[in-house]
Design a protein around this ligand. Structure first.
Ligand SMILES: C[S@@+](CC[C@H](N)C(=O)[O-])C[C@H]1O[C@@H](n2cnc3c(N)ncnc32)[C@H](O)[C@@H]1O
Length: 271
């Protein structure tokens, strides 16, 4: 099947709106033609992923997070990394965000996102771009979403540290977790001879998946809660809230050592 351009998608969604009547049958057909959806969006009554294995996803997550984000965003800027079909971008635009930029590496999802935004008549930018390449995006954003991406990365901490550079206001962060969900205080240092601490299930850790998990070979690293919260703090983020088991809302704290970000110091061997 040929890939649809942004203009094609605009024309299709305009024709679906013609005579101000939504043609539900044509809309359903187009939704189906755009492939399997991971986001269950409601496009004028047409659900895009009604049989999602996680239920009404990501509405079930958003319902727990939505109250932590202002209802009226008054032109705030938003970067949605790994935007998929644009669920979070759409929510933020509906709350009055100004510039909303969604990025993803997958054309199928980007085409779905463009179609959804056009169908809902929302002005959202979608670009094919990797999280590893966020530095090439100009400026910082009031809200940065990094939801469901971290564990799909072979170099997750590198990506997180790059993303931190883009956060002017808040980072809304979600990852799959496995292992312990208990956050505990740990000593700032342990003796070389103390191996017992590594046997404690709550000790901050991240599981490496050599082959596949849940049939997906892009599930590379899955942290436990202590490991994830440690990485967020270690990048200089302050955790403001934890509205949902896998989601943290953070703001930049000591993200620089001196005048440089941690990732840049590390890459030039100066950390
Ligand atoms: C599990 S989905 C999460 C989608 C959405 N953020 C959410 O939370 O519902 C992971 C998304 O990350 C995208 N992704 C994977 N690797 C990426 C990368 N290196 N850069 C940007 N997006 C990536 C995938 O294409 C997919 O859309």
């Amino acid at each position: 099947m040929e890939r649809a351009s942004s203009n094609d998608l605009k024309l299709v969604s305009m024709s679906l709106h013609s005579s101000s009547q939504i043609d539900a049958e044509a809309l359903s057909r187009r939704v189906h033609e755009l492939g399997d959806w991971f986001h269950n969006l409601n496009l004028h009554g047409v659900p895009t992923a009604p049989n999602h294995f996680l239920g009404d996803f990501p509405n079930i997550k958003w319902n727990k997070i939505a109250g932590e984000i202002p209802q009226e965003l008054a032109g705030a800027t938003v970067l949605d990394i790994g935007c998929n079909a644009g669920f979070y971008s759409i929510q933020m635009k509906r709350r009055g965000a100004g510039r909303v930029l969604g990025i993803d590496i997958d054309d199928r999802y980007l085409n779905q996102a463009r179609f959804a935004a056009n169908t809902l008549q929302l002005d959202i930018e979608f670009e094919k771009r990797s999280v590893y390449d966020v530095e090439s995006i100009q400026g910082q954003f009031d809200y940065v979403f990094l939801m469901g991406v971290f564990y799909h990365l072979r170099y997750p901490l590198y990506a997180l540290d790059q993303v931190i550079k883009k956060v002017a206001g808040k980072l809304i962060f979600q990852t799959m977790l496995r292992g312990s969900r208990v956050a505990r205080e740990w000593e700032p240092d342990y003796s070389f001879w103390n191996e017992d601490v590594f046997l404690e299930q709550d000790f901050p850790s991240m599981y490496f998946i050599e082959h596949k998990y849940s049939g997906d070979q892009t599930n590379w690293w899955i942290p436990n809660r202590g490991g994830m919260e440690g990485m967020l703090r270690s990048g200089g983020l302050r955790v403001l809230s934890h509205p949902e088991e896998e989601t943290w809302i953070c703001e930049p704290g000591d993200v620089k050592r001196g005048s440089e970000y941690v990732v840049d110091l590390e890459l030039r061997g100066a950390l």
